[in-house]
Structure formats: structure tokens, C-alpha cells
Design a protein around this ligand. Structure first.
Ligand code: ADP
Length: 413
């Protein structure tokens, strides 16, 4: 049985080698539950990104020519390797991200499921035959991998977000340069170990940690990167889209939102409360599809509020490693400060604190489940992304493929 420490790598994974940043600089990574440093990672910059892109470009030549069946088998093996290490990967995830161990286990399980899904998709990259307007000629449409993919992921689902990018990329025949969030690098770096175990060829998956601005800058400027896939804030998404314009890349963005949860007078109260609890509080309010605000119709408002507050009061806040805990810490100091600012702003503008509202320990990153009643649209909590609510986007393999038209028997006019 592998220990989580054995899956923790502190260097960049480039061309199949574990290497330090060229600058020799590193960054500390902390456990948000304890504030303790759990390790250091490479502080990579522009030149490291260049090396990773070169490695991915070299590997693309052979990987893009493999058969769909071969890629499918490699991805199946990768999925199996993830499941073989599910417990250790889950503990690694909880230690860097803070979410309860049970949720980390589920996330790692979903990573394996995504990879398996795309293992199947790899074998279904069909083409078309278009009826030709010319006698004696045939027009075929084939799909080809777009090239090297730059993948930038956030800290809320550090394992599965990367699986959703690596899976379709490799299935399509693309190679990847991945940059995880600095707060949660280890779940991503572990893919280097898993890739080695699964027989993914060197350079097909490259992972580097460090300066987001420099690595993102090099990824978007490089002519050797054909596609950028990003999950994160709207602000950074906009920046990456802008930066990708000069080299006309394919770009897939999954960005922030402020999702409303609506309860009508005739709602089933129990179901509405259960739904609101899981939609709002999972991963301490930091999930992709997290509810940001609730609209409750006047006739059910008081009853809903009472039941919702009672259910939220039962949530258990603490270290994700302890059993029975449902709410881990927030990811970092700035996340907690943002919540505090939201609460203060709302109270100034007339909101009523029904539950929580303040940290019990000012030095910790634990923030108790908080309910503000009588909120108004002019409050920051009603307008801005509070946790990490992301709007979904499609994750099909087609995003990693380009279409090639061939006219057999002559040239299409
Ligand atoms: P959030 O922390 O809300 O997820 P971010 O968009 O800041 O939002 O972070 C998501 C990912 O984007 C992380 O991996 C982060 O390091 C990366 N990132 C942040 N700024 C940049 C940038 N200028 N260029 C490229 N990536 C960035």
C-alpha cells in the first residue's frame, strides 16, 4: 500500500524527467488546515515553460501517430493506476487542499472515471465522407489532434480538473503541458508518477509549477502550443484569451459565476434544504457549481430559513483528515479575508447574520458555515463570486481535434 508521501513530487516533470526550476527557486506549499509547510515545489518561469513545450512538441510527433486503440489502452491503464492509489492520492489532496477525505476519495475516483471515459472516446474519432459535386472525386473529412495543449487548472478540484483536460487531450493524440494552481500542486504532479506507471511516453504529459504569469505568458505566446484549456477566474480567462489572439489558438475556458438557488412557495421544503446544503457548502463553498446566493419566495422564506440554518448548523468544521468532518478550511488567507469582507459589506447594507459570520480563531483558515438573511442585490455577496463558482463548459474530445478535408481524385475547387 503506497503512502501519500510516496506520491508527493517536488520537481517539475518535463520530458519524462523530474527537474528543478532553472532559476533554482522554490515555493513553499502549506496545509490549509494546519498552516504547516508540507513541502516545496519548483518556482518555474518562462525558460522552464519553454523546455516543457519543446518536450511536448517532440513527443507529439510519435504520440499523434499512435493508433486510437493504443491510446485507449494507455488511458485505461492510467485510469487503473489512479484507482490503485486512490487512498494515497486522496490523502495527498486533502493535505494540500483541505477538503474532507471522503470528498477527496470521490474526486480521485472521478479523475479515474474521466480518464476511462476518454479512453473510450479515443476509439470513436470518426470522420465523414461528403458527397462530391465532381464526378470521380470523393471528399473525406478526417480528424487530427490539434497539437500541444497548454492546461491551466485551479485549486478547488486539483485532481479531477486536470483529468478532464489530460483525458481528452491524450485520447485525441495531443500532448500536454500542465500548470496546476500553486496552492495545490501535488495532486497534479502525481500524474507524472501515474503516467510513468501507465506507460505514457516521456514528454506526452509535462507538469510544471511556478509563476502563473510567466508560464501562462509563454504558453499563450508560443506558436508550438495549439490550444489552451483553462479553468479559473473570469479575469484570468479574459487575459489568456487576449494573450492567445496573436497566435490564434483554440481556447476553452471554464470561468467564474454567481449561481442563484431559487426556492418557490410550493417547493418541497426538505428537498429544497438538502439541495441548498449540498449546493452551497460542499468543499466549503468552493465547488465549481456552487450556489452563490439564494432567492426564497416570501411565503416559504421563514420556514426555509429556519430549516436551512438548522441543517447548516449541523455541518462539522475541522481538518479534512478527521472523520465526520464535512467542512474543511478555506484554501488560503485571501479566500478567508474575502468572505470576511463580504459579511461586513452585507451587514453594513442591512443583512442579518443568522448563522456563523466570523472566524473562531483569527489565525486559522476555518470559516464556519454562514447564513445572511435579508440580503439585497447591491451587496457584494450578491454580485461577486464568493467561493470558486465556475460556469460549466463542454469537455468533448472534439475540442482537441482539428478537421481535415481531403479531396480524393483531384483538388477541391
Ligand atoms: P481562482 O484562484 O479563483 O481559481 P485564478 O484564475 O487566479 O482563479 O487561478 C486559476 C489558475 O489560473 C491557477 O492555476 C492560477 O495559477 C492560474 N493563473 C493565475 N493568473 C494567471 C496568469 N496571469 N496566467 C496564467 N495563469 C494564471
Amino acid at each position: 500500500m503506497v503512502n501519500w508521501r510516496e506520491l508527493k513530487r517536488e520537481k517539475n516533470f518535463i520530458g519524462g524527467n523530474w527537474v528543478d526550476a532553472e532559476s533554482g527557486l522554490s515555493i513553499d506549499v502549506t496545509d490549509p488546515a494546519t498552516g504547516e509547510t508540507i513541502g516545496t515545489i519548483a518556482n518555474a518561469g518562462t525558460s522552464d515553460a519553454r523546455l516543457a513545450i519543446d518536450a511536448a512538441k517532440t513527443a507529439f510527433e510519435a504520440w499523434s501517430c499512435t493508433t486510437a486503440d493504443h491510446r485507449s489502452k494507455v488511458l485505461r491503464k492510467l485510469s487503473a493506476c489512479i484507482l490503485d492509489h486512490q487512498d494515497a492520492l486522496a490523502e495527498l489532496l486533502t493535505r494540500e487542499q483541505g477538503k474532507p477525505l471522503a470528498e477527496s476519495r470521490l474526486e480521485v475516483g472521478s479523475s479515474a472515471a474521466y480518464i476511462l471515459w476518454f479512453a473510450e472516446e479515443a476509439r470513436r474519432i470518426y470522420g465523414d465522407i461528403i458527397p462530391s459535386p465532381w464526378p470521380g472525386r470523393r471528399i473525406t473529412v478526417t480528424k487530427e489532434p490539434v497539437g500541444v495543449v497548454g492546461a491551466i487548472t485551479p485549486w478547488n478540484f486539483p485532481s479531477s480538473m486536470l483529468a478532464r483536460k489530460i483525458g481528452p487531450a491524450l485520447a485525441a493524440g495531443c500532448t500536454v503541458v500542465a500548470k496546476p494552481a500553486t496552492q495545490t500542486p501535488y495532486s497534479a504532479l502525481a500524474y507524472g508518477i501515474l503516467a510513468e506507471q501507465a506507460g505514457v511516453p516521456s514528454g506526452v504529459i509535462n507538469i510544471l509549477t511556478g509563476s502563473a504569469r510567466e508560464i501562462g505568458g509563454e504558453m499563450t505566446a508560443s506558436r508550438d502550443i495549439a490550444k489552451i484549456t483553462f479553468t479559473g477566474s473570469t479575469e484570468v480567462g479574459r487575459l489568456l484569451l487576449r494573450q492567445s489572439a496573436d497566435t490564434v489558438k483554440k481556447v476553452s475556458l471554464e470561468l467564474g459565476g454567481n449561481a442563484p438557488f431559487i426556492v418557490f412557495d410550493d417547493a418541497d421544503l426538505e428537498r429544497a434544504v438538502d439541495g441548498a446544503i449540498s449546493a452551497k457548502f460542499r468543499n466549503s463553498g468552493q465547488t465549481c457549481i456552487c450556489t452563490n446566493r439564494l432567492y426564497v419566495q416570501a411565503g416559504i422564506y421563514d420556514r426555509f430559513l429556519e430549516r436551512f440554518a438548522a441543517a447548516a448548523a449541523n455541518l462539522m468544521v475541522g481538518s479534512g483528515l478527521e472523520s465526520g468532518i464535512t467542512q474543511g478550511p478555506l484554501i488560503d488567507r485571501s479566500a478567508v479575508e474575502k468572505v470576511e469582507q463580504f459579511v461586513a459589506d452585507a451587514c453594513t447594507k442591512g443583512a442579518r447574520i443568522v448563522l456563523g459570520g466570523a472566524r473562531r480563531d483569527p489565525d486559522s483558515l476555518f470559516f464556519p458555515p454562514t447564513i445572511l438573511a435579508d440580503a439585497r442585490p447591491n451587496m457584494r455577496c450578491s454580485q461577486e463570486q464568493s467561493g470558486l463558482g465556475k460556469e460549466g463548459s463542454k469537455y468533448g474530445i472534439d475540442d482537441y481535434l482539428s478537421v481535415k478535408y481531403t479531396c480524393i481524385g483531384g483538388i477541391a475547387a
